[in-house]
Design a protein. Structure first.
Length: 157
């Protein structure tokens, strides 16, 4: 490898390119109000931004679909009022989504709630929606943070 200057310089160029590209993160922020958001507009904006970033279409498609499904579930069951903030961060290896809104936390239970639990409790429908959304991302987490609900999704790129 060191014997040929062409091979050596190519390896050095690739290594430096990789080194300087690591950590370059691009972020898209979308703010939605309860009365005036449409799933199609969010989907279009995310698809366009993913193409601009050069993200793999299948990974960006999964993230877009997940965001739209979570928006529908949260709007129907959790989001009380105020702005819902979506942050999508992309780098060469990861696609991370953070959603923050005022309202109940959408949990992602590992077991499906029973029909009795869904009908009998106030949060039964919310738990069913969380269960159905559980397998969308590679990792997901929900928490309550300073009076707001925060949902985090990670997609390997």
């Amino acid at each position: 490898m060191i014997g040929s200057s062409l091979v050596f310089s190519t390896v050095i160029a690739l290594g430096l390119n990789l080194l300087f590209r690591i950590g370059v993160r691009r972020v898209l922020t979308i703010n939605l109000e309860p009365a005036d958001w449409k799933s199609e507009q969010v989907q279009e904006q995310l698809t366009r931004q993913g193409a601009t970033w050069g993200a793999r279409p299948d990974a960006m498609g999964d993230a877009t679909w997940a965001i739209c499904q979570v928006l529908e579930a949260v709007a129907d069951n959790c989001w009380n009022a105020g702005t819902l903030k979506i942050e999508v961060a992309y780098d060469e290896f990861n696609l991370d989504v953070r959603m923050q809104y005022s309202g109940e936390v959408l949990e992602f239970p590992s077991q499906r709630p029973t029909q009795e639990e869904i009908l009998a409790s106030d949060d039964g429908v919310r738990r069913l929606a969380g269960y159905m959304l559980r397998n969308i991302a590679d990792r997901m987490h929900s928490e309550s943070q300073q009076g707001s609900a925060v949902l985090r999704f990670h997609f390997d790129h």
